[in-house]
Design a binder for this molecule. Structure first.
Ligand code: F3S
Length: 300
C-alpha cells in the first residue's frame, strides 16, 4: 500500500507545549505535591488517562479545589479568564500557565483595545472555553458573534469604537463574511485576524491529500471538533474517508482493493497513535494488518 502521512497531522504547537508542560510538572512534583489540570488538558481520553496515571488529576470547577490538598494547577492551552488565575491563587495553589501563546496574544489585544475604549466583538462559539476565557480579559463590553444572523442583528451607536478578533480555530471564510457584514454598519472598527495558522495548514493539507488518494484515514478522538472538521473536509474530496480513534477502529475489509492511502490526524491526537496507524498501513500486507488489529483487540 502506498501511504502518505500529512506533515501537519497531530498536536498543534500549542497543544504539544501544554501536554509537555503537564508531563514535566508531574515529574517535578512527584512525591511533593499534587498536580491538577483545570479541565482536560487535551480532547483525548488516552492522553488524559496516561497523565492521570502519572498523577495529574483533572478538576472541572474551581470549587473542587476547596476539598483538595494544595498543589499546582495547570491552565490548558485554551486559556482562562483573568479571574480564574486570581481565584486559584487566592485558594493557595500554584499556577503553571500552558495557555497557547496565540491565545495569550488575544488576551493582550482585548485588554489593550479595551484601554483604548473599544468594545470587543469576538467571532467564535460562545460555548467554547477559549472564547469564554477571552471574554474574561475584556475591560470593555464584549459580544460573541458566530452567525450571519447575529452579525446582521448586531447594533451599537454609530461611530462607536470596536475591536473585532476571532477564536483561534474559527473558519477563515466565515470570519471574513461576518466582518464584512459588521463593516457596513458605520462603526470605527479595528479588526484583528487571530485565527491560528496551524488549523488552516492542517485543513488545507487534508484537502490536498484526500483529493489525490483512493482512501483517507482521519485519526482523532470522537469528541474533538477539529478532527470532525478534518473528516468532513476529507470526505468531500474522497468518498472512502474513515474516522478512527485508533488502529482497532479501522474497517480493514474496506482497504482490500485500495492502493493509495492518505492519513491525517486532529490537533489532539498523540503521535504514538498516528505512528501505529502509519506503520501498520505502510508496512503490512492486508493479512498482517488484520492480524495486528486482532492482537490489539485481544490485548485490550
Ligand atoms: Fe494554539 Fe493554534 Fe493550537 S492557537 S493551541 S497552536 S490550534
Amino acid at each position: 500500500m502506498d501511504v502518505i502521512l500529512a506533515k501537519s497531522a497531530g498536536f498543534c504547537p500549542g497543544v504539544k507545549r501544554a501536554v509537555n508542560m503537564v508531563y514535566e510538572q508531574t515529574e517535578k512534583c512527584r512525591g511533593r505535591e499534587p498536580v491538577y489540570t483545570y479541565g482536560p488538558i487535551i480532547h483525548n481520553d488516552e492522553v488524559v488517562r496516561d497523565l492521570a496515571a502519572k498523577g495529574a488529576e483533572v478538576i472541572h470547577s474551581l470549587e473542587e479545589l476547596d476539598d483538595l490538598p494544595k498543589g499546582t494547577v495547570v491552565i490548558r492551552s485554551h486559556g482562562v479568564a483573568r479571574s480564574v488565575y486570581e481565584t486559584i491563587e487566592a485558594k493557595g495553589f500554584h499556577i503553571i500557565d500552558a495557555t497557547c501563546p496565540f491565545v495569550k496574544r488575544i488576551h493582550n489585544i482585548v485588554e489593550e483595545q479595551g484601554r483604548d475604549g473599544r468594545n470587543i466583538i469576538i467571532i467564535g462559539d460562545p460555548d467554547h472555553p477559549e472564547v469564554q476565557g477571552i471574554q474574561g480579559w475584556c475591560l470593555t463590553p464584549s459580544t460573541v458573534i458566530q452567525s450571519v444572523d447575529e452579525a446582521v442583528k448586531f447594533s451599537q451607536m454609530k461611530g462607536e469604537k470596536l475591536c473585532i478578533i476571532s477564536q483561534t480555530t474559527f473558519n477563515y471564510n466565515k470570519f471574513k463574511e461576518l466582518v464584512e457584514i459588521l463593516s457596513e454598519k458605520g462603526y470605527d472598527i479595528n479588526c484583528v485576524n487571530s485565527i491560528c495558522n496551524a488549523t488552516a495548514v492542517r485543513q488545507q493539507e487534508a484537502r490536498d491529500i484526500a483529493s489525490k488518494e483512493d482512501a483517507m484515514i482521519v485519526i482523532g478522538d470522537k469528541s474533538s471538533s477539529n478532527t470532525r472538521k478534518l473528516y468532513e473536509i476529507s470526505k468531500k474530496e474522497c468518498e472512502n474517508t474513515y474516522y478512527i480513534q485508533t488502529l482497532v477502529d479501522l474497517d480493514l475489509t474496506a482497504f482490500e482493493s485500495i492502493r493509495y492511502v492518505g492519513i491525517t490526524a486532529g490537533a489532539s491526537t498523540p503521535n504514538n497513535i498516528i505512528e501505529e496507524v502509519h506503520t501498520a498501513m505502510s508496512e503490512m500486507s492486508f493479512e498482517q494488518l488484520l492480524e495486528a488489529s486482532l492482537k490489539t483487540i485481544r490485548n485490550g
